[in-house]
Ligand binder design. Structure first.
Ligand code: GLV
Ligand code: MN
Ligand code: MN
Length: 420
């Protein structure tokens, strides 16, 4: 096979545009788990996988899984190299986050199929149904099912409208309709896997800064998310002296600043409060409640855990001093995930052969590969992000040239792939 046609890069960007037309919002891209837009996006992915030459199935959590069958000479026990990423998005997000890691492999399979090239292993492309945690405030639902790490307690989690995950699944078109046994049975057998590789936009400025189109990920930072509920006492904004208040929002403000200051104390440590509400607040009532999210990450698990311990203790101390109550709910954390040196080396060899620098960098963002790393070796190929590296934002962008190069590198990787 010659290098894939130079139109492949543009076709990947076009496919991302087409997929972005399914949105929960007007004038931007939001694709939350199991909404009508999400189901339409899943259907489009399945259709494109079939058109590229794959057999497609949808599992109990909604993952769309396309298989490019191994060359018959691989025999009945052919193993599986898996790739993929998520197609859900953050609110008003970008169109490449996650989706590039599905659409690029679909384009690659299409090119291989057209050239009549089969691989000596099954190549599975997974459109993971949920990674961002937007709807149920817990991330990696889809990859945790595939990796056999799904926690059935999550079925009781409710979205902003009070619909639980169990209800959403029961009302869906998915096999099993939320039956815990079906979710358990959807796990892939690790013994069948050769590894998991994920293509993703970098979502940061490092490759752009170094003027490099592609990078190889060394490790993915672990992350912990929390929902904090602070309860104070509603009372009159005009008559209650400042010394006699139990103001939940003022207490939360102090807690937010604690997150910021504590997470500034180690190089890879980051902490974010991305949601903060005064439920049913009024301008002339002292807030009785304030709810906020916390997202804390670090390259080393011990650094993250130490920060969490300090922050949780600090929240309790602030609450006690102010006479409010604070409840901290932790959703299952995901630990730091190292990428496998043998897979990284195979990406590096492909890049070097093309005269490209095999530049390595850690990922601060979370990825489906983190969950898959619990059951198999993983690697990630990062693609340069334009617009200063901005992501989780509609300004997120990549170029057709970089998508093309990533597709060509991925083809080379697949064709020269040597199982461990
Ligand atoms: C996923 O995008 C994450 O890192 O939160
Ligand atoms: Mn994301
Ligand atoms: Mn992503």
């Amino acid at each position: 096979m010659h290098s894939p046609s130079p139109s492949l890069g543009q076709s990947i960007l076009d496919a991302a545009d087409a997929l972005a037309r399914f949105s929960d919002m007007e004038g931007g891209l939001t694709c939350a788990y199991l909404t009508p837009a999400h189901r339409a996006a899943a259907a489009m992915l399945a259709e494109r996988m079939r058109a590229a030459g794959m057999q497609v199935r949808v599992d109990a959590i909604g993952n769309v899984i396309g298989r490019y069958e191994a060359d018959p000479s691989a025999g009945p026990d052919a193993k599986v190299l898996m790739t993929g990423s998520h197609f859900d998005t953050v609110r008003n997000g970008g169109r490449y986050d996650g989706r590039l890691g599905i659409l690029l492999p679909i384009a690659v399979v299409g090119a291989l199929n057209e050239a009549g090239i089969r691989l000596p292993y099954h190549f599975d492309v997974v459109g993971f149904a949920e990674e961002e945690g937007l709807r149920f405030k817990t991330s990696f639902l889809a990859s945790s099912v595939l990796a056999g790490r799904f926690d059935p307690a999550l079925l009781a989690r409710a979205d902003a409208d009070g619909i639980t995950l169990a209800q959403a699944l029961a009302e869906s078109d998915l096999p099993g309709r939320g039956d815990p046994d079906a979710l358990r049975a959807a796990a892939v057998d690790p013994a069948t896997l050769l590894g998991f590789v994920e293509v993703h936009i970098e979502q940061g400025p490092v490759l752009l800064h170094h003027d490099l189109p592609l990078g190889i990920v060394t490790q993915i930072a672990g992350s912990s998310r929390f929902q904090v509920r602070v309860e104070g006492l509603a009372s009159h904004a005009g008559t209650t002296p400042m010394t006699m208040r139990k103001d939940a929002a003022a207490a939360a403000a102090e807690m937010v600043l604690l997150v910021e200051s504590r997470c500034g104390q180690a190089p890879t440590l980051v902490g974010t409060v991305g949601q903060l509400q005064v439920p049913n607040g009024s301008s002339n009532v002292i807030p009785a409640a304030c709810h906020f999210s916390m997202d804390i990450r670090a390259g080393e698990d011990a650094v993250r855990e130490a920060a969490i311990a300090d922050i949780v203790a600090g929240i309790e101390a602030i609450a006690a001093r102010r006479g409010v109550r604070a409840e901290v709910e932790r959703v299952p954390p995901v630990n730091n995930a190292p990428c496998a040196p043998w897979l990284r080396a195979q990406f590096a060899a492909v890049l070097n052969k093309r005269g490209l620098q095999a530049f390595e960098l850690p990922s601060g963002a979370g990825h489906d590969a983190m969950m898959m790393q619990r059951i198999t070796d993983v690697a990630m190929l990062f693609v340069r992000c334009g617009n200063g590296g901005i992501s989780h934002n509609p300004l997120e962008t990549i170029t057709a040239e970089d998508a093309q190069l990533a597709a060509e590198v991925f083809v080379d990787f697949l064709r020269h792939f040597k199982p461990r």
